[in-house]
Design a binder for this molecule. Structure first.
Ligand code: SAH
Length: 556
C-alpha cells in the first residue's frame, strides 16, 4: 500500500528561536519538506538541516497549501509554517480548505497535526505589560479577503462592547486608510486618552515598542509587521506599562490608598452590584454571605424587591444603556466605559472623642448608603460604609457636611479614643485630635490602632491596643505592642510614664513612621516590636508564657 504522508501545520511564534515550542522544533526536524513564506523560512533557518524548502511570496498562500497537500499525499512529511499561531490568520484554515475540497477525512486521509504557536496578540501584549487581561478580540484590517464594510462593523461592535482589541494587518504600503477609519470609529466610543500599544516585529531583530493613546496613535510608525493593541475603558498606564485590570471593580478609597477586597468580600453581593444573581429556588448555589443575608431577611420586614429582581433590573438597565448608545452613537461621544459604578469603602464616626450620633447624621447615612450599599458597625467605634457609586466626591461631601469624621479602612492607622467621660475630662482631647489629624488614615504594613484614654482608669482599654496612650496627672503614659486578639492575647508593655504633652505627638509619630518604614508587609506592630527589639529607645521585654499554647487558627 502507498505510504501516507503527514502534514504538520506549525506556528513558530513571533520570530525568536526561544519562543518556538519544543513540538514545533521536533516537527520541523521530522519533516522532509518545509513550505512557507520566504521571510518565515529565513526566520527558522537555524532549525533546518537538509529538508527540502519551498518558499514562496506572501500572496501565494493558496498555492502553498495546495503544494503541501499534494506532497503529503505523495507520502512526504510536510511542515507548513506560519508566524505566530497557524490558526490565527495563518495557514491552518487554508490547508483544511484544500483538503476538504479533495474529500479528505481524518480516518482515511493524510495525517494532520496542528502545532500551536504564540500569536501576535500574546507576544505583543507581553512587551507592553498586561493589556489583554480582560475580554479581548483580534480584528484583521486586511480587506483583501474580507469586505471592508464587515471589518468596519466588527470594529464598531468591539469598540462598543469595550473589548481590548488587537488589530492585525493594520497597514501596508497600499492599505493606509483602514487604520485611519478604524481610529475614527474607536474614538466614537473610547476616550481619546485610551492607552494604545504599537508593537512592531515583536521578538525579532527590529523590534519596536511604542505606548501611545487613541488620539495620537497615528503619529507613530505603523506597518505590516505592527500589531496595534487598543486598551479598554479601564486600561491604564503604570511606569511605562499598559495594564488592563482583571475586572471592572475598581474601588474608591479615601486618600486613594490601595485597599483591595479580601477574598471573602469579593463574592459579596454589594461588591458585585452588576452580577447576575446566582440564587436558585433551592438556594443551593448561595454563598455563605448570601445565606447570611437570607437569614437576616427572615428577621426583617419583607424587602420590596428580591435580589433576583434587583439583578434583573440591573441587567435591563445595562441593556437599555447599550441600546441607547447604539442609537446615539453617531451624535455623541459615549463610552461602553462610561463611569462604571465602583464600591466606595470608608469608615465614619461622629469624631475622635465624640461617641454620639445625631438623628440628622443617621438620616444622612441612610441617604448616602441607599438600598444598595451596606453599613457595618465595627469594634473600632466606626461604621464602615460600602457604597456602589460613580461619584465618591459627592458622598464625602455629604458626609463631611453632616459633621462626620471620615477615615479610610484597611491597613491604616486608626485613632480610638475614649469619650473622656462625656467631655468632663477634656484636657487631653486636643492631643487625641492632633494625633488623628496628623497620623489618622496613614498607610501601614498592617492595620494599627492607637488607643487614647483620658484618665488612668483606661476604661476604653487603651493598653490593649497596638499603641496605648493614657493621660494621667497632666502627662502621658505610653504602652507599646499589645496583641489584642487570639488565645495568646496580651496587653501592651508600659514603656514610658509622664511624657510631657508637647512631646507626645512627635514621639508617637516617630514610632509609627519607624514601623511604616521597617515593618514587613502584613506584620502586626507587636510582632514588629518583638522582631526589632527596640523602637526609639524603648526596649521590648520578652514575656514567657506559663504554658505553651497550641496554635488554634480560626475555623479549627
Ligand atoms: N499567524 C500570525 C498572524 C499573521 S497575520 C499570528 O498568530 O501572530 C500578520 C499580522 O500579524 C501582522 O500584520 C501583524 O499585525 C501581526 N504579527 C505577526 N507577527 C508579529 C510580530 N512578531 N510582531 C508584531 N506583530 C506581528
Amino acid at each position: 500500500m502507498e505510504q501516507k504522508g503527514k502534514l504538520f501545520i506549525v506556528g513558530f511564534g513571533p520570530g525568536h528561536f526561544e519562543h518556538i515550542t519544543a513540538r514545533a522544533k521536533e516537527a520541523l526536524q521530522e519533516s522532509d519538506m518545509i513550505i512557507g513564506y520566504k521571510t518565515y523560512v529565513e526566520l527558522i533557518q537555524g532549525l533546518i538541516d537538509d529538508q527540502e524548502i519551498v518558499s514562496t511570496g506572501m500572496t501565494e498562500e493558496v498555492s502553498r497549501a495546495q503544494e503541501a497537500v499534494k506532497q503529503a499525499e505523495r507520502g512526504k512529511k510536510v511542515a507548513v509554517i506560519s508566524s505566530g499561531d497557524a490558526g490565527v490568520y495563518g495557514m491552518a484554515g487554508l490547508v483544511f480548505e484544500v483538503l476538504i475540497e479533495k474529500g479528505w477525512k481524518e480516518e482515511t486521509g493524510v495525517a494532520v497535526e496542528i502545532i500551536p504557536g504564540i500569536s501576535a496578540i500574546n507576544s505583543c501584549a507581553s512587551l507592553l505589560g498586561a493589556p489583554v487581561m480582560h475580554d479581548a478580540c483580534t480584528i484583521s484590517l486586511s480587506d483583501h479577503l474580507t469586505p471592508w464594510s464587515l471589518i468596519e462593523k466588527r470594529v464598531e461592535a468591539a469598540a462598543q462592547a469595550d473589548f481590548v482589541i488587537a488589530l492585525y494587518n493594520p497597514k501596508s504600503g497600499r492599505r493606509t486608510r483602514q487604520i485611519v477609519e478604524t481610529q475614527k470609529i474607536l474614538l466614537k466610543y473610547r476616550d481619546p486618552k485610551t492607552p494604545v500599544g504599537l508593537v512592531k516585529s515583536a521578538y525579532r531583530e527590529r523590534q519596536q515598542v511604542v505606548i501611545t493613546n487613541l488620539e495620537e496613535m497615528l503619529d507613530h510608525d505603523i506597518g505590516m509587521l505592527t500589531t496595534v493593541i487598543i486598551g479598554n475603558s479601564s486600561t491604564f498606564l503604570y511606569d511605562g506599562k499598559m495594564i488592563t485590570p482583571r475586572g471592572y471593580q475598581r474601588k474608591y478609597t479615601l486618600n486613594s490608598e490601595k485597599q483591595r477586597l479580601k477574598p471573602h468580600q469579593r463574592l459579596s453581593r454589594e461588591a458585585e452590584p452588576w452580577a447576575l444573581s446566582q440564587e436558585d429556588e433551592t438556594g443551593e448555589s448561595q454563598t455563605g454571605n448570601e445565606r447570611k443575608e437570607s437569614t437576616m431577611a427572615a428577621l426583617l420586614p419583607p424587602k420590596s424587591k428580591t435580589d433576583a429582581n434587583d439583578s434583573l433590573e440591573l441587567a435591563l438597565e445595562a441593556l437599555g444603556m447599550v441600546d441607547k448608545e447604539e442609537r446615539s452613537a453617531e451624535k455623541s461621544f459615549i463610552t461602553a466605559g462610561q463611569p462604571i459604578e465602583s464600591i466606595f469603602e470608608l469608615a465614619v464616626s461622629p469624631g475622635v472623642a465624640n461617641k454620639r450620633f445625631t438623628p440628622e447624621q443617621m438620616i444622612t447615612l441612610a441617604e448616602v448608603v441607599g438600598s444598595n450599599g451596606s453599613m457595618e458597625y465595627t469594634p473600632n467605634h466606626q461604621i464602615v460604609l460600602r457604597i456602589p457609586t460613580t461619584d465618591p466626591d459627592m458622598v464625602t461631601e455629604k458626609l463631611h457636611s453632616a459633621g462626620f469624621l471620615l477615615m479610610p479602612i484597611g491597613d491604616v492607622l486608626t485613632v480610638k479614643a475614649c469619650d473622656f467621660c462625656d467631655g468632663e475630662k477634656a484636657e487631653s482631647i486636643p492631643y487625641a485630635e492632633e494625633l488623628q489629624e496628623r497620623l489618622g488614615g496613614m498607610a501601614l504594613p498592617k492595620e494599627m490602632n492607637i488607643g487614647f484614654n483620658g484618665c488612668g482608669m483606661a476604661c476604653y482599654k487603651a493598653v490593649m491596643e497596638d499603641i496605648g496612650i493614657v493621660y494621667r496627672k497632666g502627662k502621658f503614659d505610653l504602652f507599646l505592642g499589645a496583641k489584642p486578639a487570639g488565645r495568646t492575647a496580651h496587653p501592651a508593655q508600659p514603656v514610658a510614664e509622664g511624657i510631657e504633652p508637647d512631646q507626645l505627638v512627635d514621639l508617637v509619630a516617630d514610632i509609627i513612621e519607624f514601623y511604616q518604614e521597617k515593618g514587613h508587609p502584613n506584620e502586626r506592630f507587636y510582632k514588629f516590636f518583638k522582631r526589632v527589639k527596640e523602637i526609639k529607645g524603648f526596649k521590648h521585654q520578652e514575656i514567657a508564657p506559663k504554658i505553651k499554647l497550641e496554635p488554634a487558627p480560626c475555623g479549627e
